[in-house]
Design a protein around this ligand. Sequence first.
Ligand SMILES: Nc1ncnc2c1ncn2[C@@H]1O[C@H](COP(=O)(O)OP(=O)(O)O)[C@@H](O)[C@H]1O
Ligand SMILES: N[C@@H](CCOP(=O)(O)O)C(=O)O
Length: 320
Amino acid sequence: MAVYTDVSESELEAFLAEYSVGRLLSYKGIAEGSENSNFLLHTTSGAYILTLYEKRVDKSDLPFFLGLMEHLARKGISCPLPVHRSDGSVTGTLAGRTAALITFLEGMWMRRPTAAHCREVGKALAGMHLAGADFPLSRPNALQIDGWRKLWDGSHARADEVEPGLAAEVDADFAELGEKWPKDLPAGVIHADLFPDNVFFLGEKLSGLIDFYFACNDFYAYDVATCLNAWCFEKDFSFNLTKGTALLAGYQSVRPLTSAEKEALPILARGSALRFMLTRLYDWLTIPDGALVQKRDPMEYIRRLRFHRRIKSPSEYGLR
Ligand SMILES: Nc1ncnc2c1ncn2[C@@H]1O[C@H](COP(=O)(O)OP(=O)(O)O)[C@@H](O)[C@H]1O
Ligand SMILES: N[C@@H](CCOP(=O)(O)O)C(=O)O
């Protein structure tokens, strides 16, 4: 459920009066998503998404996130476009929250992506990396190793409640990743959360990317590694080599990886699995049952971590 804040019709109409989007016809909360409150709106000029930013989004990051969507859309990437208000700004206040209106993207996310979808997502990710290269703003990745440590410090004492031995197992990952994490790879603006629920398709054709609220500056290959984790594992946690091959070939058809990036892929995939395991674990242990925030299973990413620890060569991901 991702409607944390209720919005009344009269306050929404007052908010919309600052936009040239016509008259409000209908609005409803969207159950999907986890960080913010989202509503689907229909007005006499079309469909829009209204987002009320909740407490996990730092408001000072909004110019980066919304500016990035605008920059990418201008460069031909299919993603939502923030709608400007009459004073030129892209955010206002609604129901006590900072809020923005963005354009509606057609399509749906794939619950069971195929290799063809993986290839498309690889191409789109590389296209986004190239298009973001001259975006003038930057935002450090708060979820790099120091950020992971903070999450781990808040979870370590109770980690063995999820699986006995987990605390020691993950301590060893931290030690190894701290030592082996690459220092210098091609970097720029990355999406950082390009999971299937953030990519829309119309049939097998990718229709757009959404949810840029983790976007930041980091290694491009780290974004590729995140996609391998999110798109290429099956429900039984086996890695699907056909999907990995398709995703990496799709990416490289637009932006070939350097040999240093290829070599770093196993460690980046392991780090990315640890990052998502940690945010999930932290939420799992700290969010009370019955709260509105959607809790995701950290074990899914522990299983991926174990897979990456055994990788001997990047070719095991399907890299050519
Ligand atoms: N521009 C958009 N066009 C169409 N649907 C959207 C758009 N943005 C968000 N949505 C819908 O809202 C849901 C939640 O959006 P998302 O940005 O992932 O939220 P959160 O940041 O809270 O996770 C998506 O799964 C999708 O159904
Ligand atoms: N993709 C993350 C959670 C972030 O959720 P989103 O709804 O903002 O995409 C995970 O799976 O752990």
